[in-house]
Design a binder for this molecule. Structure first.
Ligand SMILES: [Zn+2]
Length: 56
C-alpha cells in the first residue's frame, strides 16, 4: 500500500470529481467550476444592476 499524498481536496460542486484548486464564494472548487461560478456571478450582477437602473 502506498501512502497517498496530502489531498488538496475535492471540488465542492456536487457530482464533480475535479481537484479543488480555486476558492470561490461557492466553496473550494476546480478550475472548470470556478469559471462557471464566476460567469454566473457576473451574470447575476449584471442583471441586478440592469434591473435597478432600468426601473427609474
Ligand atoms: Zn469542479
Amino acid at each position: 500500500m502506498s501512502v497517498q499524498p496530502v489531498e488538496a481536496g475535492q471540488c465542492d460542486t456536487p457530482r464533480c470529481d475535479g481537484r479543488a484548486e480555486t476558492i470561490t464564494p461557492e466553496g473550494h472548487v476546480c478550475a472548470n467550476c470556478a469559471r462557471e461560478i464566476e460567469r454566473a456571478y457576473r451574470e447575476a450582477e449584471r442583471r441586478d444592476r440592469a434591473g435597478r437602473e432600468g426601473r427609474e
